[in-house]
Ligand binder design. Structure first.
Ligand code: ACO
Length: 325
């Protein structure tokens, strides 16, 4: 059986849209500040939706587009840092909701690099001597982890989910080309969220913990503009390709300025770096598949195109995967 290929893409975002002006009426911020620093204009925020309901909607669309039955799915992986529960996993909930009884399901957490890390995991699991179908979804409701009194983080993020249906069966197009993944755990303290405290009757009385998202924006910015181009260059080198050979870079949408800086460092044109952060904010593990699904729908990405997906974020983690779509 061949290396993996992506058959379908789909996304699902919450109904409620919150624009920068609405945030400005809630806290000391402005459309001008948010737009200038990040490129974000509005974001979707979950009201009724949950990470699992958004992920289930994505999986349902993938099945409908492909014509596959739920029982034809062998593997469901959800990349998330904002699951409904610590257990069951979001992917197990999706499996149950779909009735995908033959699929094994588990989540992975590599924060905003989750989709690229997920591609690596699913790729390995599709190396089998039988035809297989897998669903990989990035799904987040970061709004529930944010301190809505902290303007330095709450304006940056949005909720949403998107994913891909993958197979190892041979066909006309699509294949793995090269990858580069790296984890810098020593820098993890610069981006933390959802700390789970020690609370038993035996715990030290003053043990305190923070459920909220905390980020040293400057450190993460510096990490991204250095490590993402390095990761892309290592992947290009392994593939024996140059920047000009990439039809489209599908980058994690954390900040438009970061994407512009990365393009500049690589000596690439911004035409190769489509951006949709203005509509969604930073949706962590969902941002690359949301962009991918949009670009495929618009035919900006076509069969046979060489694309580089690159993510970075909590962990700290970074990862690039180059594929033929
Ligand atoms: N509205 C208005 N003013 C604000 C806001 C706000 N929402 N937030 C901060 N400010 C103020 C600050 O208080 C500061 O004021 P001061 O100069 O009086 O002290 C001023 O604006 C400048 O703040 P900076 O933090 O220096 O702004 P900066 O230009 O660095 O932009 C940002 C901040 C956008 C967070 C940037 O550092 C960044 O993008 N960092 C990377 C974040 C990222 O990419 N994360 C990805 C990983 S996320 C994941 O893995 C889930």
């Amino acid at each position: 059986f061949e290396d993996f290929k992506i058959i379908e893409t789909a996304s699902s975002v919450p109904q409620r849209v919150v624009d920068n002006d609405e945030l400005s009426s809630m806290m000391d911020t402005s459309d001008a500040w948010i737009t200038q620093r990040t490129g974000i204009k509005r974001r979707h925020v979950a009201v009724e939706e949950t990470t699992s309901s958004l992920a289930t909607a994505v999986a349902t669309k993938l099945l409908a587009k492909s014509g596959l039955k739920p029982t034809e799915i062998d593997l469901i992986v959800v990349a998330t840092m904002s699951p409904d529960y610590l257990t069951p996993s979001v992917s197990a909930m999706v499996q149950g909701n779909l009735g995908a009884d033959q699929a094994i399901a588990f989540d992975i957490d590599a924060a905003c690099s989750g989709f690229v890390y997920g591609l690596k995991v699913v790729r390995q699991m599709l190396k089998a001597d039988r035809p297989m179908h897998a669903i990989l979804i990035g799904a987040e409701t970061l709004s529930k982890l944010l301190d809505w009194h902290d303007r330095s983080t709450s304006v940056l993020f949005g909720d949403g989910a998107a994913g891909v249906l993958m197979t190892n069966q041979s066909g006309d197009s699509g294949s793995f080309i090269a990858e580069d993944l790296k984890t810098l755990g020593k820098l993890g303290k610069h981006l933390t969220a959802g700390q789970v405290g020690v609370k038993s009757p035996f715990a030290a009385p003053k043990t305190s913990y923070s459920p909220f998202f905390k980020m040293n924006g400057h450190r993460v910015y510096g990490f991204a503009v250095k490590n993402v181009p390095e990761s892309i260059n290592r992947a290009l080198e392994k593939a024996n390709l140059t920047v000009d050979d990439i039809d489209c870079f599908v980058l994690h949408q954390a900040n438009e300025r970061i994407i512009e800086k990365i393009a500049d460092t690589l000596g690439a044109s911004m035409n190769q770096f489509p951006v949709n952060i203005n509509e969604y904010g930073n949706t962590s593990a969902a941002s690359e598949p949301i962009l991918l699904a949009e670009l495929v729908a618009k035919q900006r990405i076509k069969r046979g195109d060489v694309i580089a997906l690159s993510g970075f974020g909590g962990g700290l983690t970074v990862g690039t995967m180059i594929i033929k779509y």
